[in-house]
Design a protein around this ligand. Structure first.
Ligand code: HEM
Length: 190
């Protein structure tokens, strides 16, 4: 150090040391974004898997009235939950991407950046399928069920066609979501 050069003292160095010592992470913003992103993604994928493989196939075990009640009163809450989880996954994912890029602007030319980009393409296609095919079909099913409970007539063929469309869309979306998950996890370890 040259004589007369000002000495820089980091007054918070000991706090940073203690924090990283306690948590094992130095970048708390990154940790918070990953936490929020993965939590939302768990809600989205978990909701999709539960609806497609546990709830849907077992609905026919209910009586017709119970099944209509389920579709009219519980399905709208499941739709809202999954839609919110999907939107939050994308919002936190984009924030995470922005943060990672702000720390390293060569991110997209790295292996992790390339693999994440593939995952993002899958995720965007999934969002498209969810909002154009799956959610509208489930919402229509719910409306038809509510009107049947109010004494209206519901053509069974229309109900069956909507259920088939929702099931097919859900299967495609789940395969794409699992592909996204595989890409994101691969990126985080590369
Ligand atoms: C537009 C949508 C999305 C964007 C922009 C996005 C963005 C990102 C980014 C930038 C990372 C950090 C990767 C790295 O460490 O280099 C990440 C990690 C991750 N993402 Fe996504 N993602 C999206 C959708 C999804 C979806 C749909 C899922 C799951 C179904 C998902 C699950 C994960 C997981 C599990 C990690 C790994 C976290 C870790 O262990 O570090 N993401 N995502």
């Amino acid at each position: 150090m040259a004589p007369g050069e000002p000495i820089e003292i980091d007054l918070f160095a000991h706090l940073k040391y203690e924090w990283s010592h306690l948590t094992g992470v130095t970048d708390i913003v990154l940790a918070a974004l990953v936490f929020a992103h993965v939590l939302a993604a768990m809600g989205w994928l978990g909701g999709g898997l539960l609806t497609t493989f546990a709830v849907g196939p077992n609905l026919r075990k209910l009586t017709q009235t119970a099944s209509l009640e389920f579709n009219a009163r519980i399905l709208p809450n499941m739709i809202r939950f999954t839609r919110t989880a999907a939107v939050l996954t994308v919002l936190f994912g984009l924030s995470l991407l922005g943060y990672v890029y702000s720390q390293d602007n060569t991110y997209f030319s790295s292996t992790a950046g390339t693999v994440v980009s593939v995952g993002i393409v899958f995720a965007v296609i999934t969002v498209g399928i969810a909002f154009s095919m799956i959610l509208p079909s489930f919402m229509k099913i719910s409306k038809l069920a509510a009107s049947a409970l109010d004494g209206g007539q519901v053509p069974p063929q229309e109900m069956m066609a909507l259920a088939k469309r929702a099931r097919m869309g859900s299967m495609i979306a789940l395969v794409l979501l699992l592909g996204t998950l595989a890409a994101m996890v691969t990126a985080s370890v590369s």
